[in-house]
Design a binder for this molecule. Structure first.
Ligand SMILES: Nc1ncnc2c1ncn2[C@@H]1O[C@H](COP(=O)(O)OP(=O)(O)OP(=O)(O)O)[C@@H](O)[C@H]1O
Ligand SMILES: [Mg+2]
Length: 227
């Protein structure tokens, strides 16, 4: 989750679910009912979910990885949802989805909206808050961190696009992380930029780049925290 848009929530939730699915039956749930980026990332754009007596059958991406998305219900159609209906749509997706997996990764839209309230209602969760190191993103995300702290949650802070390697040199295009956030005492995970990511839109399950290695490390941290 993040209070800020475009910081990498969908990419990170996808790659994290791929990494977690090495050891666990994993379900990736697309709670961004406005843009539905996940079917686009995995090559399921315009594909409909099958429905059985058990409910909506998530897409099987790999042996231990499935994807549940409103995109698989509305196909590629645009749906404009008035605010009061959004919560119901999300709850219906979760309520009618045939969910059996041990681990669920939720991709959320930016902001502090209904989806966080829905999540709080339906499950206990470990918040992974994503930002990039830019001062503006960090300031926006601080509101969310404060909210989660007030709710007694201990979020993990993912600082995406923190650095890139050019030969032996490490470049930090956004500069260093704002000190105010470092001081909050949160566990922080910095992720690199990877310019090859673009090539995997529509087949992200085939990505084997350095972000995936970081996701295996993140999975271990999450396993530890969820124990
Ligand atoms: N570590 C990275 N290296 C290179 N490109 C990245 C990285 N992380 C994300 N991107 C790119 O940044 C863009 C935004 O990523 P993404 O859609 O995952 O963000 P988001 O936070 O989910 O956005 P939204 O708020 O719209 O849901 C995409 O084009 C994605 O490929
Ligand atoms: Mg997204």
């Amino acid at each position: 989750m993040s209070a800020k848009g475009g910081v990498g929530k969908s990419v990170i939730s996808s790659l994290l679910a791929i990494a977690l699915s090495r050891d666990h039956d994993t379900l990736l749930v697309d709670l961004d009912i406005h843009t539905m980026a996940l079917p686009k990332l995995f090559g399921y754009d315009g594909v409909l979910h099958e429905v059985s007596k058990e409910g909506i059958i998530p897409f099987r991406i790999a042996q231990k990885l499935k994807l549940l998305t409103l995109g698989g219900v509305v196909k590629g159609r645009t749906v404009i949802l008035p605010g009061r209906n959004q919560e119901r749509v999300m709850e219906s997706l979760l309520g009618t989805g045939a969910i059996k997996e041990d681990v669920i990764v939720f991709d959320l839209p930016p902001g502090l909206g209904d989806e966080i309230l829905v999540l709080e209602k339906v499950t206990d969760f470990l918040p992974l808050v994503v930002t990039n190191p830019s001062t503006l993103s960090v300031r926006v995300v601080e509101y969310l961190l404060k909210y989660l702290e007030e709710k007694g949650k201990n979020p993990l802070l993912i600082v995406n696009m923190s650095f890139m390697k050019c030969g032996s040199e490490v470049i930090r295009p956004f500069g260093s992380l704002n000190e105010q956030v470092s001081r909050r005492g949160l566990q922080i995970v910095e992720l690199p930029m990877d310019e090859t990511l673009n090539r995997f839109v529509g087949k992200i399950q085939e990505y084997r780049g350095n972000l995936l290695d970081e996701m295996y490390k993140l999975s271990s941290i999450i396993n530890e925290r969820m124990r």
